[in-house]
Design a protein around this ligand. Structure first.
Ligand code: PLP
Length: 365
């Protein structure tokens, strides 16, 4: 049996336990761009090694100026983080809310971040089978939201892949603002969606109690570098967070890479080309299995429910393919899984092996 794990992406450890060579295995459990590190970023990081002899700029001026121009906002609207995940803990520590309302199933770190500051976690279950929400459908659930509370949303949502419309999000955030409540909106996977108006960033200055978190680790395939940022139109939130947190949590290699990443339009174009093909290929391939109920993907991963009895993660791991079981997300049971979309050959291998596993199942009863 492979041991249950909290996050995806720990292939090296699991391979060592199983006695596999990591290079013989394929990791579908983490949602990382399979194009890997771009050449421009690799060259940049190598060049910048010589600058590791000095401390990074504690105010991250160059990167924040770049973000301001890039998003058409002000440098004060941004703060870099050591991966998006740091932002959840920083914000929780700064806000110290009595209650954190979380639409679940979703990324597990929100719960941990707000629980760590003593907040009461109020789970709002998203309803099966679609796991979507509208402002109208949430109003009753959120009736008890009070001033100073926070509602946490992930768009597109991990692990379900559902995307909320900008108008629904805007209506919700405005309604929360009128109650004096905050919205923490995690847009870690939004770069994978090519639509112009998917993000709420352009509305930042209009919605004062909104904090948006972005990750650069998934789209640009550098989870080991740790880089993300938070954005808000609130006057003091980010500066207070910066002063509260230890200095230099974002290292020089990460901070200096930000302009290089965002300017790398060639990598971005190649990513969209790969994703358009492979998202459709893997989605159609998975949908063809009658025992899987597959959710339409929006980003670089696919979520599905398995209607049979087998432990799919274990069966696939026996063939050195690692997928994410969603058993530990609140609201999901053992039969939910998530797979990251990878290269064509790797996706084809997944469909082949899954086909064998599901075919053999017919002899089970
Ligand atoms: C929805 C979501 N947000 C944030 C993160 C963390 O991203 P980072 O690597 O930038 O800390 C993850 C990582 O899996 C995630 O799934």
């Amino acid at each position: 049996m492979i041991k249950a794990v909290e996050h995806g992406g720990n292939l090296a450890h699991l391979a060592a336990l199983a006695g596999y060579e990591p290079t013989d295995c394929i990791d579908f459990s983490a949602n990382i761009n399979p194009l890997g590190l771009s050449r421009a970023v690799r060259n940049h990081l190598i060049r910048e090694l010589d600058h590791l002899t000095v401390y990074p700029d504690v105010k991250q001026r160059q990167a924040r100026d770049y973000l301001a121009t890039y998003h058409g906002l002000e440098p004060e609207n941004f703060l870099l983080c050591n991966g998006a995940v740091e932002a959840f803990y920083d914000f929780a520590r700064w806000l110290q809310p009595k209650r954190a309302w979380i639409l679940e199933p979703t990324f597990l770190e929100y719960r941990k971040a707000f629980a760590s500051t003593g907040a009461q976690i109020q789970s709002i279950p998203l309803k099966e089978p679609a796991f979507t929400w509208t402002f109208e459908s949430l109003r009753l659930d959120l009736a008890a939201v009070q001033e100073g509370d926070v509602v946490v949303l992930c768009n597109p949502n991990n692990p379900t892949g559902t995307q909320s419309s900008r108008s629904e999000l805007e209506e919700l955030v405005m309604w929360l603002g009128r109650r004096g409540a905050w919205c923490l909106l995690d847009e870690a996977f939004i770069d994978f969606i090519e639509e112009e108006d998917a993000s709420l960033l352009p509305l930042l200055q209009k919605l004062e109690k909104l904090v948006i978190v972005r990750s650069l680790t998934k789209f640009f395939a550098l989870p080991g570098l740790r880089l993300g940022y938070m954005a808000t139109g609130h006057a003091t939130c980010l500066e207070e967070i910066r002063q509260q947190r230890p200095p230099w949590t974002v290292n020089h290699l990460a901070a200096s890479a930000l302009p290089v990443l965002l300017a790398d339009t060639d990598y971005q174009r190649r990513t969209y080309e790969w994703l358009a093909k492979e998202q459709a290929y893997l989605y159609q391939g998975l949908k063809a299995f009658p025992s899987l109920s597959v959710h339409r993907p929006t980003a670089n991963f696919i979520f599905f429910r398995y209607k049979g009895q087998r432990d799919l993660r274990q069966r696939l791991w026996e063939q050195k393919l690692l997928i994410r079981s969603c058993w530990n997300y609140p609201g999901l049971g053992e039969n939910y899984y998530r797979v990251g979309i990878r290269s064509h050959l790797e996706n084809r291998r997944l469909l082949e092996v899954l086909g064998e596993v599901l075919e053999n199942e017919k002899g089970d009863s």
